[in-house]
Design a protein around this ligand. Sequence first.
Ligand code: ANZ
Ligand code: ZN
Length: 846
Amino acid sequence: MYPFQNIEPKWQKYWDEHKTFRAVEDESIPKEKRRYVLDMFPYPSGAGLHVGHPEGYTATDIYCRFLRMKGYNVLHPMGYDAFGLPAENYAIKTGTHPATTTNANIEHFTQQIKALGFSYDWDREIRTCTPDYYKWTQWIFLQLFKRGLAYEAQTPINWCPSCLTGLANEEVKEGHCDRCGAQVTHKVIRQWILKITAYADRLLEDLDGLDWPESVKAMQRNWIGRSEGAEVNFTVADKDGNPTDQKLTVYTTRCDTLFGATYMVISPEHKLVKTLTTAEQKEAVEKYVAEAAKKSDLERTDLAKDKTGVFSGSYAINPVNGKLIPIWIADYVLISYGTGAIMAVPAHDTRDWDFAKKFGLPIIEVLKSEVDVQKQAWTEDGIHVNSEFLDGLNKKDAIAKMLEFLGEKGIGKKAVNYKLRDWVFSRQRYWGEPIPLVHCPDCGIVPIPEEELPLELPNVKTYQPTGTGESPLAGIDSWVNCKCPKCGKDARRETNTMPQWAGSCWYYLRYIDPTNTKCFADKAKESYWMPVDLYVGGAEHAVLHLLYARFWHKVLYDLGVVSTKEPFQRLINQGMITSFAFQRKNKSLVAVDMVEEKDGKFYSTEDGEELERVIAKMSKSLKNVVNPDEMIKNYGADSVRMYEMFMGPLTVSKPWNTQGLIGVNRFLDKIWTLSDKPMTDVDIKGKLDKDLAALRKTYAKTVKKVTEDTNNLDFNVAISQMMIFVNEASKFDSLPREMWEGFVLLLSPYAPHLGEELWEKLGHKESCAYAKWPEFSEEFCKDDTKEFPVMINGKLRAKFEAAANTDNATLEAMAKETEGFKKFTEGKTVSKIIVVPGKLVNVVVK
Ligand code: ANZ
Ligand code: ZN
């Protein structure tokens, strides 16, 4: 076994001491020869590195090493997303300061990451929880505040009763806390909110220019959810059916169905609920409103849920036909979308139809339907009917005509709505960036002067959230009580902190200039490197981090402090690394330590049931979590790196199989053995004997393929090609030195420790990190071809070109395709074709 235990630490030390991968802003290198390659930085959890981390990190590392050897100036940094709840929850349990836990975890992570030999510029390491970093997170917040993009509001927000904190919409998955799984409730508390909706259109439009997976772009588009429709004002009627001054405005995407609007619905939170409720309905309405408040949005909008509602007692006038239509209150209409009120068209909307059926409201067909709308809703397109001036028109024309009608009457206009909500940005927790604002009884909310940043997180005695909507910081009087920066009178600090997303919204900018004390990044350096050319990370960040970071970046762009509209030009999502588990007939999974293998079959050690091996997520309970440390210890970092790249294409999900890792380790062993062969000084571009010429061809193909595949991030394919070369080279007693050097360089981004060691063994005094990437004439890739004569009855009648080693059947077929063959056999019978392999084709005709 090759001595990776010695080689790997040796080169890691070398790179560290020589700062081999330090990136310098060398102005003589033109923009097109610079690359910024970014990894999603990890949250330093107590569990340490997962095998999923090195997957993306190895991919970018290979790519960066390749680029450097191709003469690019490469920025490739690493850091830690270090604020977050786990450290704080641990602090609650043990009293250990979150900073202590976080720093210990970071030490562990760093040691693990360094053991994999990644070519990061460690001088640029950042941690989002250090004051010199979050000083700038706070600074950016103040810029948002000063531009009116951060505002305070008492709003019902998603509240996790277990984490005791407010959550952003993005942190709620199907009504549950994304972090702990508890059912999310609503709570009205004072919040800081960022106006991401002000950027909705730009966040949408600029997606088009990004080289991102279509799936991620689609998720962002859906999340932003731009909807084009109309706002229509209905006049509320008095009890005699006469118009009043009161207006009710609805949002609809189908104003063309107005003739089919048979009732209206307002949300239970709508501000007109009180006004519209008549004395007779008061009791029922109040009861209903109280019930609705207890439900989550999910429960309320679930299509399958039984519709509930209550009549307000009031009517509105349908503007197109003057008919009186009842106004209902129902919780399937959300206050947070559109105007919180709708016109219901039960014939053509499923929710409205369910509701109308339940409460006996009229259903009027206005789109020619292929079903009986009294029996079910028709929600597809149809020509307009029962709609007077719209009859016979299609959807597009009818909408246009209706908009014209509404415009003329001054009762409606085009409107755009978004699903995207403003970002609830404050957290009632300790371990985050303090929000740098002061509440002054006279001056209101006053930002802390920028030169006083960072506003440092004070030490607290207890980390327990108060649960009242105040963070643990609220308990430290000495910190909370302060002087107003504007008038100097007694004031109080804001005690909410920022969410974990804040630090990761702009970390890629800090890497550019991590120690700058004057600004978050020097402008010249920023434009030297930005935008990020390649960003690799997990697919789970499609709408959270990747949307927030784009938003902040655009704000910074508007401030003129960054030079690009978008932060991440190209994005790649790595596939998930899964594992195996074992399944019983009843589909329940058995932990791997309860399984024994006999003759390739698997059995439960408990009861002997035969089990099926299936692919499953790694989980503690299935005991199938792969520990990267153990793998590095047993097989070496180069093997782990190369195996993770060899498992399959970068972007697909694939199961870990230690047997595969062992195979890759043997491959590296074989390379080590090869390096002991005598190296000759043959000129590999000159004339070679047959065997060496064949090896040269494989080498030429290997240079070509590994170059292309590495550039395209098709690492598994590149590794296969290296394996082909090594197999062939192993058959030789000696190797041309030039060829071996070239191969070592091709290998070095993949197995950098072994690469460096073999490079040194070849007599080089310097690291191969910046050695010139091998090139080799494509001429030599070609298979040797030769000319095959076609003899017909002993006479030369045709010739064709084919590879020398072409098989007989192919040669015969090719001979038959020649003009000469066709001409001289026409009208005759071919009685025999004899192929002399590698020489000629003989044809006998009669
Ligand atoms: C009449 C109508 C007729 C509608 C029809 C649909 C089909 P998107 O595309 O998602 O924007 N709506 C409006 N505000 C709502 C709210 N706050 N809560 C629940 N539903 C609301 O959906 C817009 C449509 O959803 C609107 O168009 C409205 O119903 C409903 F055949 O108006 B429509
Ligand atoms: Zn003041």
